[in-house]
Design a protein around this ligand. Structure first.
Ligand code: DLZ
Length: 158
C-alpha cells in the first residue's frame, strides 16, 4: 500500500544524464483507466521534459495490471528498447485478490528486468481507494508516472 506521505518531493531529479538517444516503452494497464491515463501523461511529459525524443517512446496497452509483466517482457526483448515503464493501478477495496495481483506484478517485473538486463520500472499504484490513487496520479501527492519515468532515466545512467 502506498504511504500517505510518499511524494515526488523525496525524489531527486538532478544530474539525470543524457537521454536523447534512449528508447522507452511505456506499458499501460487499461483497468482503472482514469488513473492510468494520468500516470501515462505524467510519465510521457517527464520523459519529454528531460530531453527524450517523442519518436523514441512507444506506448502499449495491456488489459489489467496483472498483464504488465508479460507486456514488459514483450517490450524488453526488443533490442531497440532501452527501458520499460509499467503503469497500473490496483485498488484494494475493489480487488479481493489484491495481494496476489500486486505480488505477481512485483515478482514478474523484477524477473523481466533481470532477465533482459534493462530497467523495468514498477509504476503501479497500490492503494486502498480510488481517491488515494487519484492523489498519486497528478493530485496532491504528485504523479507516480513521472516518478517512474525519472527512475527509468536514472537506471539507464547507472
Ligand atoms: C480482475 C481485476 C481486479 C478485480 N482489479 C484490478 C485492479 O484493481 N487493477 C488492475 O489493474 N487490474 C485489476 N483486475 C484485472 C487483472 O489485473 C487482470 O487483468 C485479470 O485478472 C485477467 O488476468
Amino acid at each position: 500500500m502506498s504511504s500517505a506521505h510518499q511524494t515526488l518531493g523525496v525524489f531527486s531529479n538532478r544530474n539525470l544524464g543524457e537521454v536523447d538517444d534512449k528508447r522507452f516503452a511505456i506499458v499501460v494497464a487499461e483497468w482503472n483507466e482514469e488513473v492510468t491515463e494520468r500516470l501515462y501523461n505524467g510519465a510521457l511529459s517527464t520523459l519529454l521534459n528531460e530531453g527524450v525524443r517523442e519518436t523514441n517512446v512507444v506506448r502499449k496497452e495491456v488489459p489489467g495490471s496483472f498483464e504488465l509483466s508479460l507486456g514488459a517482457q514483450y517490450m524488453a526483448q526488443w533490442k531497440e528498447i532501452d527501458a520499460v515503464i509499467c503503469l497500473g493501478c490496483v485498488i484494494r477495496g475493489e480487488t479481493p485478490h489484491f495481494e496476489y495481483i500486486c505480488q505477481a506484478i512485483a515478482y514478474g517485473l523484477t524477473e523481466v528486468g533481470l532477465k533482459y538486463n534493462k530497467p523495468v520500472v514498477f509504476g503501479v499504484l497500490t492503494t486502498d481507494s480510488h481517491e488515494q490513487a487519484m492523489d498519486r496520479a497528478g493530485g496532491k501527492f504528485g504523479n507516480k508516472g513521472s516518478e517512474a519515468a525519472i527512475t527509468a532515466i536514472k537506471m539507464l545512467n547507472f
